[in-house]
Ligand binder design. Structure first.
Ligand SMILES: [Zn+2]
Length: 766
């Protein structure tokens, strides 16, 4: 669902990939020890991995992609179901114990959509993506019209107002220009924040309808040559997408916290808290241009202007728009493919690997480029098992349906099997879109070393160095950019030290949410990207096989590379004597987050003081041009002292405990007795759950992880230590105090578990 945003990092590199090469590249045998293995165990594991690599074929992955993306495969389409059945047959053929789990979910599909300018001139939006020369599938039937799923039905007419990205600060700016949106239709551009927030904020400010368009500045001709000459968004291309309030809870809006199994009792549609109240439609820049051109009122502030050849005005009016959406609100079936290989020694500890298979139309990039890597891994693992390999722990491979509308397949499955997953799952590994470029990795920081070790053992197809060294270079170059964010600069500094390259934290936007943020299962998300032109066709009809074959990864070598990294993580976690986790990495990262929170409070205090001085001196009035008046900004509240003391103390105590654990783990040589290992792994596999609080985050109890969450206002973007950080950002100072204490308590519980583990390891030594 989420495009990988590792760009723009480096100039596009010259390529010498021959299309259709099949064998995986040779892998350098790293001499470093493998976390959780004895020295002999590590040698055997790396030998196993070489046999795994030999099974991977870029040609075969290319064939799978062509087959899977041959017809539209959105939820409810015949091809989506056929793809699930095709993959089921592959898993079975490869020796997996596989089945399809069906869920019946609320998934509205558009029956009628229309947008027209009714004054001062008439114009009817096409709302259609025409076929493109050289793209074989672009004219095929079977797609839904471009729409935003889970918007409301409605038939509304109103004056038009342009609100930039439609984010909270944009409405503040709008107010300074004396314009409001009550009873009006807003038009906003994509970008600046999560799509679903745009119509929600429009509704909260009184608008009756919302149009979201793709400005060519972001992913059209301003960014690069448009499709089919280049890969970027053509004038008629539309970004579809979900607008359900997934940061309240993802999954079927009518079954929060429980699975949409055939016997489940769903809520009435009116009681579903994640559905929007006003109609919303995504439109192309071809359709948006006449609407924006017809706006009068003040000229838009400079930062609001895109790359269309017009003067951007705010309105309201004289442009008047009529829009209508009418949907079929019937429930539809989704099909998750679940395949299992039972572990030989610890069958009740599971390693779960997933990628979704539904797309918005053909979905070649998103998600099928990740799906084919996952299939490659499954085939290779199946072959290893047939030739005698017995993984210690159980491996579960899942191909999710219904991710695009709101993480439906993964969430419903995780909710249905919540109890068993909390007992058994020790890792969830996700991927989604994948293409040429650098390895992106985010996840639970206790897994940071595992990810780094796997990336160190896989060769980058373009540069011949390890994908870890390429990632390190990308992180360092990103940190050296003049506009780099403080966190990016900090990551670059750590990467420059030569040890592990930091992994990012997970927000949302793909199928790991239910595992990490609802159940508290340690999770990782992987994907290559950054040298591709994906943004331009994201969620459009042009996300096709032909587009991917030209602009995504012409040699399919990065799908092989993804399978190599993901396969190593899965097999090492399945085979290690002790689970490959390091808690010092988590605690060091937490220390950074806590320092950020202190700085955030200090910065807000400074900002408020400075603004108050300007307001008290009437400086805003003095600089306002009387012919184009702009009102002073609203006065910021004073920032009191925040009580960070409990959080500081918890982080400090955890730091000491985590170091003691890591030392005891290293000293154990990964060879306690089998009985002790089982006891240690039992506890270690559930450590991440100790970071959850049953009461969850304020206003969204489904999200139980107290360290990682998607932002209420950022949607996909992560907020770390979310209870505290979001309270500070919302200027809810009491909330910040409250959640500093709650988070500290959770961290104290986590530390107590860790101390128990350390004691077990030390006993094992004696
Ligand atoms: Zn996706």
């Amino acid at each position: 669902m989420k495009p990988i945003s590792f760009r723009p990092l480096l100039a596009v590199l010259s390529l010498t990939i021959a299309a259709g090469t099949s064998a995986a590249p040779a892998v350098p045998d790293s001499s470093t020890a493998l976390l959780g293995f004895t020295a002999e165990g590590a040698t055997a594991q790396r030998a196993l991995e070489r046999r795994f690599d030999a099974q991977l074929s870029a040609n075969e992955m290319r064939d799978w992609l062509k087959h899977l993306s041959a017809e539209p495969n959105q939820v409810g389409s015949p091809h989506d179901k056929a793809n699930a059945e095709f993959m089921l047959s592959l898993f079975k053929q490869w020796g997996w114990d596989a089945r399809i789990e069906r869920f019946d979910v609320l998934y509205p599909t558009p029956k009628e959509v229309s947008v027209e300018l009714v004054a001062p001139t008439a114009f009817k939006a096409a709302l259609h993506e025409p076929p493109v020369a050289g793209d074989a599938s672009s004219g095929l039937p079977g797609a839904l019209p471009p729409y935003n799923v889970y918007g409301a039905d409605g038939d509304v007419t109103g004056e038009l107002v342009y609100v930039n990205h439609g984010m909270p600060d944009d409405y503040k700016e709008l107010a300074r220009h004396g314009v409001d949106v009550k009873g009006k239709i807003v038009i906003v551009r994509y970008g600046g924040g999560w799509r679903g927030l745009k119509p929600e904020l429009a509704y909260e400010h009184g608008a009756v309808g919302c149009l979201i368009y793709s400005d060519p500045r972001d992913d059209g001709y301003f960014a690069g040559d448009t499709y089919p000459k280049g890969g970027w968004r053509p004038a008629e291309g539309v970004q579809r997408g979900s607008v359900a309030k997934m940061m309240v809870y993802p999954g079927d809006p009518t079954t929060p916290g429980y699975g949409s199994t055939p016997n489940a009792k769903p809520l009435a549609i009116a009681d579903a808290k994640t559905l929007l109240k006003i109609p919303v439609l995504p439109i192309s820049y071809a359709d948006a241009t006449p609407l924006l051109q017809a706006l009068g009122g003040p000229v838009a502030p400079e930062s609001w202007r895109g790359a269309l050849p017009i003067t951007y005005h705010i309105g309201a009016g004289p442009a008047k728009v009529h829009m209508a959406v009418k949907s079929d609100w019937n429930r539809k079936s989704i099909y998750d493919v679940i395949a299992t290989i039972k572990g030989a020694q610890e069958p009740d500890r599971w390693i779960v690997r997933g990628n979704h298979h539904d797309g918005w139309v053909f979905g070649a990039w998103d998600p099928l480029a990740g799906t084919i890597a996952e299939l490659g891994e499954a085939k290779a693992i199946g072959a290893l098992v047939k030739s005698g390999w017995k993984p210690k722990r159980t491996i579960v491979y899942a191909s999710w349906d219904g991710e695009e509308p709101g993480l439906l397949g993964s969430t419903e499955w995780a909710e249905t099997h919540a109890k068993e997953l909390r007992q058994k799952a020790v890792l969830y590994l996700n991927s989604d879109t994948n293409a040429r470029g650098f390895l992106g990795a985010e996840g639970s920081h206790s897994l940071q070393h595992l990810v780094n070790l796997a990336a160190a053992d896989v060769t980058d197809p373009e540069k011949g160095v390890s994908v870890l060294e390429r990632r390190r270079a990308a992180v360092r170059v990103a940190g050296a950019q003049p506009d780099a964010k403080p966190e990016t600069r900090e990551n670059a500094k750590i990467a420059a030290q030569g040890g592990d390259v930091p992994i990012g934290a997970l927000g949302s936007g793909s199928d790991y949410s239910a595992f990490l943020e609802h159940l508290g299962i340690a999770s990782v998300n992987l994907g290559f990207g950054g040298e591709d032109d994906n943004d331009g066709i994201y969620h459009s009809r042009y996300d096709s096989f032909d587009h991917f074959d030209r602009f995504g990864d012409p040699g399919f070598k990065y799908e092989v590379a993804l399978a190599q990294v993901a396969g190593r993580i899965v097999m090492r976690t399945a085979d290690a004597d002790l689970l490959p986790m390091r808690f010092g990495d988590f605690s060091a990262t937490l220390d950074r987050y806590v320092a950020q929170l202190h700085k955030l409070a200090d910065d807000e205090r400074k900002k408020a003081d400075e603004q108050h001085k300007l307001l008290d001196a009437h400086d805003y009035e003095l600089v306002s041009d009387p012919t184009r008046p702009v009102a002073p900004p609203e006065r910021l509240s004073d920032v009191p002292a925040i009580d960070f003391a409990p959080l500081d103390a918890a982080a400090k105590a955890l730091h000491a405990s985590a170091q003691a654990f890591d030392a005891a783990y290293a000293a154990s040589g990964s060879k306690p007795s089998a009985k002790q290992s089982a006891q240690i792994n039992e506890l270690m596999g559930r450590m991440e759950q100790a970071l959850t609080d049953p009461d969850g985050l304020p206003g969204r109890e489904w999200f139980k992880h107290m360290i990682y969450a998607p932002g209420l206002l950022t949607g996909y973007g992560v907020k770390t230590v979310p209870g505290v950080r979001e309270a500070l950002e919302a200027r809810d100072w009491q909330g910040a105090d409250k959640y500093a204490a709650i988070t500290a308590k959770v961290l104290d519980g986590y530390r107590a578990q860790l101390d128990k583990l350390t004691a077990l390891l030390q006993e094992g030594k004696r």
